[in-house]
Ligand binder design. Structure first.
Ligand code: PHE
Length: 344
């Protein structure tokens, strides 16, 4: 039996052994050890076999040489493949997310508390037959004052002094201009609500801010009287604050209504112990019968139509409802405050 057969067998045995060692190597260093042990020039076991080449008869040497090259190449590939697999594992371990960590909670926005109040108020008046109307925040003096029976040199115009824009327009000081715009463009019957931001040269304190939300209402038709105004606002107050709520009208003055009133509410309710309680009278809005001059300025026949109007500040109503002591809290955008009103 020729020795070359046994050398080739030894070579194949080495190949198996080396491939197994490559597969089980768990680190770069372990792989390098395998490489040196099998392919190292001096000590490597494949080289060891090649060194015996000289013992073979010359015609058999090429076969062993070729086989040795095949084994070297195969081992080289296996080493390389294992090496890149190991680095990949390495990278995954070092940089991947920790899948056992709890997820990040999603931020869920909420409606601003004043917006929530506006939506509730609008919902109640919608049930009473009012629809929504909107108008521009930048207004003309005509719509903000003159059409509302407020000459520019009247003290009432001073009270609602506001910011003027280039070109003579101004930031509306109430949403009443929307009422004029609606009367101009619609024939009665009219029943609208005008919510929106309004602006005044006001102080910035616990109950005043120079920009605030307002909600005004207007009803115009034939035969509307003060009784309709009282009944509508009393019904609104009972729906918003509870069935026992009482409403009081105090004579007042607005240029655009005649007669005019301040409207107060008193909540009468049972506490948790079942004892009847009542609050003080709290002023919630201004109201009155639309001045005939306003109807005429808006293009309506004041002999034929009458109407009532009212206006309130949803921010103040929110203060009452939620027991918020300072109106400014609604505008400072402190999430710790606003979060308390988030409803998911
Ligand atoms: N426009 C008035 C204001 O802003 C509120 C109001 C509206 C009063 C309608 C009476 C009738 O102060």
């Amino acid at each position: 039996m020729s020795t070359d057969g046994s050398l080739i067998e030894q070579l194949r045995g080495l190949e198996e052994e080396a491939l197994a060692a490559v597969e089980t190597a768990e680190s770069g260093e372990a792989l390098e050890e395998v490489r040196v042990a099998f392919l190292g020039r001096r000590e490597g076991r494949v080289s060891g076999i090649l060194r015996k080449l000289g013992q073979l008869p010359p015609e058999e040497r090429p076969r062993l040489g070729a086989e040795a090259n095949r084994v070297k190449a195969r081992l080289g590939e296996a080493l390389e493949a294992r090496e890149s697999a190991l680095t990949r594992e390495d990278r995954t371990e070092a940089h991947s997310e920790d899948l056992t960590l709890p997820g990040r909670e999603r931020w869920i926005g909420g409606r601003h508390p004043v917006t929530q109040v506006v939506d509730e108020l609008v919902g109640i008046f919608r049930d009473l037959g009012f629809s929504l109307a909107r108008g521009p925040e930048a207004e003309t003096e005509w719509y903000n004052f003159e059409a509302l029976n407020t000459p520019l040199d009247h003290p009432a115009a001073d009270e609602q002094d506001t910011l003027y824009l280039k070109g003579g327009n101004l930031l509306r000081s109430h949403t009443s201009p929307v009422q004029v715009r609606v009367m101009e463009s619609h024939e009665p019957p009219i029943r609208i609500l005008a919510p929106g931001m309004v602006y005044r040269r006001d102080s910035y304190d616990a109950t005043h801010t120079p920009a605030f939300a307002q909600l005004e209402g207007l009803a115009v038709d034939e035969g509307i009287t003060f009784v309709d105004l009282k009944a509508t606002l009393a019904e609104f107050a009972r729906r918003y604050w509870g069935a026992g709520t009482r409403v009081r009208f105090r004579p007042s003055f607005f240029p655009f209504t005649e007669p005019s009133a301040e409207v107060d509410v008193k909540r009468v309710f049972q506490d948790e112990a079942g004892i009847q309680r009542e609050t003080d009278w709290i002023e919630i809005m201004g109201a009155g019968m639309v001045d005939p001059a306003v109807l005429e300025a808006s293009g309506l026949d004041a002999e034929r139509y009458t109407g009532f109007a009212f206006g309130m500040g949803p921010g103040r109503i929110g203060m009452l409802k939620y027991g918020v002591p300072d109106l400014r809290l609604f505008f400072e955008n402190d999430v710790r405050f606003l979060q308390q009103f988030a409803r998911s």
